[in-house]
Unconditional design. Structure first.
Length: 247
């Protein structure tokens, strides 16, 4: 993604709605160029377009979360993609960094199969040649575009993979990894039973934060890929045998 698109996302996070002509003037480019950028960003689910304006997506939408610290999340996704071999099948859950990982895999690896409970991820990579996605069934959340509930676990029982990539809303040494959605946490724990390696993808802002729902204990996780980790969290993770991978 170019710097102009990143600037558009930053402006949208602050202002919620942007006029195309005003945006063109602020970025010192033509309205035609802005419309092309907005069309690309809309195709990725990062904004909505309507009547000459760009509008921020719902705060509950994965696309909204992707717009924050975009480049940091992209680096984490690239590092995670390095762990995957061409021809491999992996599980990926519904986090924003996980969606970027899915794109990295289908663009840079051959014959990778992505098993996910995220309809957003399925749509995010749908136009990329060679994308192979298995979408697990469940109760559909239209805002988060994710499947959850006990049916996700039932569907996941049909598969077994080496690696499962997971997002998180927080980590502290006492509670472990957590998030804010009980149904999402239930789906993640069910999917985790069908993988050898449980790999957390998180930016450094999530450390020493605690969500309302426990996701996984540190001892249940094999790797954490992040841009940085405070010393108290590093010590806790390493004591539980977690390998920390820095971008």
């Amino acid at each position: 993604m170019n710097q102009r698109c990143l600037a558009i996302l930053e402006l949208l996070n602050r202002e919620e709605t942007l006029d195309v002509n005003d945006l063109a003037a602020r970025l010192d480019v033509s309205a035609v160029t802005v419309r092309k950028d907005l069309a690309m960003l809309e195709s990725k689910g990062l904004l909505h377009r309507q009547h000459g304006c760009a509008m921020r997506v719902s705060p509950n939408d994965v696309g909204y979360r992707m717009t924050f610290d975009y480049e940091t999340k992209r680096r984490i996704a690239r590092k995670a993609a390095d762990m995957v071999q061409s021809g491999e099948a992996v599980m990926i859950e519904s986090g924003s960094t996980c969606a970027m990982l899915a794109e990295e895999l289908v663009r840079k690896k051959r014959d990778v199969t992505i098993i996910t409970n995220s309809a957003f991820i399925a749509g995010y990579v749908r136009g990329i040649p060679g994308a192979r996605v298995v979408l697990l069934g469940g109760s559909y959340d239209p805002d988060a575009q994710v499947m959850s509930g006990p049916l996700v676990g039932k569907c996941a029982e049909e598969f077994y993979v080496d690696k499962f990539f997971i997002g998180t809303d927080g980590y502290d040494p006492v509670q472990g990894f957590s998030n804010v959605d009980m149904l999402r946490a239930e789906a993640v724990r069910a999917m985790a039973q069908r993988a050898d390696k449980k790999i957390i993808l998180t930016d450094s802002s999530k450390f020493n934060k605690r969500g309302v729902v426990q996701l996984m204990q540190a001892k249940q996780v094999t790797h954490v890929i992040t841009d940085g980790v405070p010393e108290n969290c590093r010590a806790s993770l390493e004591q539980n045998g977690v390998e920390i991978v820095l971008t």
